[in-house]
Design a protein around this ligand. Sequence first.
Ligand code: APR
Length: 249
Amino acid sequence: LVITVLSLGLGLGLRREKHQIKPVFLSRCEKFSGNNCQKIWDAFQQAYVNQDPCKVPVEAYDPLIAAAPFKSECNRMLFWSKTKDVVHDFTEKKDCFITLEDTLLGSVLDGLTWCGKEGSSDTFTTGCPGWTDCENNPVRSFWNRASAAFAEAACGAVTVMLNGSIATPFHPASIFASIEVKKLNATRAKNLNVVLVTDEHIVANCTNPSLKDLKKELDKGIKYNCEEVPQSQIEACASNPMAPCGTCW
Ligand code: APR
């Protein structure tokens, strides 16, 4: 019985350990040198602890963004919508572009779920509202706030990879359309290069109506360009260490 109770306790303890977000946050954060990760954790936590998990506004993360601001990496910033896998496969293999998920805050929180509870100073990772359960949930508000700050920092030639295998590559409900495009500022961002990623079943090309909307929505002065690129070509480029960034596809 003693052994059973012990191993059960240990098992539960380990399981609880696995769901702890703080050690994951800190160890991912430490991979980026020159940051005070404990200070960044504190700024993160204050956004949602002790609060109704459906009432966390985007502004709650302002102190977090201030604690770990996005660098303007001119000509290297890459946005995406419905192309997550191909984009991150590319950025992992080649040091050409930086997505939000390659930055400190983006990489620390990618794939995580968290929320607080009224009357508690703890962080929970289960029982949290899903993306669409309520608008002002801690996870969605974070990504909305971070995406806005990342887009505000964009400068020079900006690239976005959109999905040519769906009817509306530039979807109004996406973070890219509803937040990021609106934050691109012509005094910093000079070009928007749309890479429409296609496979055998091309559903949308560069003449797609949603892309006309994208062009119209751009801040005046930002030059628009669109090219259709097969996914296989992007993958080949990612796997070729010799291929230069500029003329990769
Ligand atoms: N449920 C859960 N997660 C969602 C949902 C949803 N309904 N919608 C969006 N997300 C989260 C997921 O983490 C998903 O992987 O947003 C991510 C991207 O969703 P997409 O629809 O593919 O693209 P988009 O909404 O345009 O967001 C991508 O925002 O993250 C920034 O800079 C990044 O340019 C990128 C853009």
